[in-house]
Design a protein around this ligand. Sequence first.
Ligand code: NAD
Ligand code: UD1
Length: 372
Amino acid sequence: MQKKVLITGGAGFIGSHLADELIEKGHQVRALDNLSEQVHGPKVKRPEYLNKQVELQIGDVRDRKAVDKALQDIDAVFHLAAMVGVGQSMYQIKDYTEVNNVGTAVLMEALMEKPVEKLVVASSMSIYGEGLYLDSRGNQHVECERKLSDLKKGNWEMYDDNGEILEPAPTSETKKPNLSSVYALSKYDQERLSLISGKAYNIPTTALRFFNVYGTRQALSNPYTGVLAIFASRLLNNNPPLIFEDGKQKRDFIHVKDVARACRLAMETPDADGKVFNIGSGNRYTIEEIAHKLAEVMGKAHIKPEITGKYRVGDIRHCSADRARAKEILGFEPEVDFKEGLHELAEWLKTQIATDSVDKASEELSSRGLTV
Ligand code: NAD
Ligand code: UD1
């Protein structure tokens, strides 16, 4: 049945793809987005990529009046509005807490008075901290954390108490959160606030823990966005991608169209109510590998990434998704092959101009002691 859907943060990277997915399935979409300058640039103007059928309301998720207006006649809400940079969250603590935590609180108070049929909230794999690790005997290690003293010596991997190196394994939703950045704390807060108040006020709620999302429309000039967009911006400006640590840290990259489909499935699946799901591809790539792959598809293989040997405070070493629950309950399986996804990204990049502010962002982190 056709629904009228609100997407907070609906003018952003994931939100705009979700809007396309929902419109294609016959739903009506409204977006509430403040067109934040860091993401959309200094001119407050509707992004060209945003589907023409989206009703865009420019407003802040912290502003109760704007939220009430956006909720009028709405059946389902996707809550995506957030500040998204792990590194930046470590010094803009107030802004991250206001937008992510308080913004969600404002939305939940508005929903208390005007419940909807379904709420889907964007959580993040960052809440796990380190993913799950196994030792050579197959024992699970669930509370891994790296010591600053090891990181200072360039010992990047995870070790057990006997000094044995641990291997990363798929992380399931049952792993206890271990929050290692202000951003992660705020995502956990968003997830829990939504689930707790959703239950209290009879609003069927689902939280999706996205892994590293990539694809077209990711804000290229935002030096605090995801690593693939940052590397793309560097390469477009003929600068080498700057890699933290030794580049062997692994992440689970999932295409934005797969994420959009997972969001829709969460809305449509009553069995998903009250639950959290990992939304990842299950595939792990090292950051060095993706720097090379991206340079290659962009025809810039001659620009070699620079391995800085620096550590960004708040970063984890490895994490990838156990996809079993999402497959069983949502019927979700990723469809976009990484190589095809990168080619699509490269085609889009040909049409884009990016301001490379990475050096400035790196200085901001190092001047505060947030890189080691
Ligand atoms: P994005 O920055 O492209 O989109 C976020 C949107 O929210 C932007 O359009 C921005 O203008 C808007 N926004 C920011 N502050 C706002 C405010 N106060 N009021 C209203 N709108 C506001 O980021 P994205 O990658 O599309 O992320 C969407 C969601 O997914 C976020 O909640 C993020 O934490 C989560 N997430 C993203 C990833 C990823 O890899 N991109 C992974 C895990 C979780
Ligand atoms: C990302 C998202 C976060 C999301 C999480 C979930 C962003 C900014 N962060 O965090 O919103 O919740 O995934 O999966 O989109 N790196 C470099 N050089 C750079 C930038 C990054 O080497 O210039 C490295 C980092 O040190 C890290 C890896 O790349 O090891 C990934 O970084 P990033 O893209 O910021 O992702 P996450 O921190 O995993």
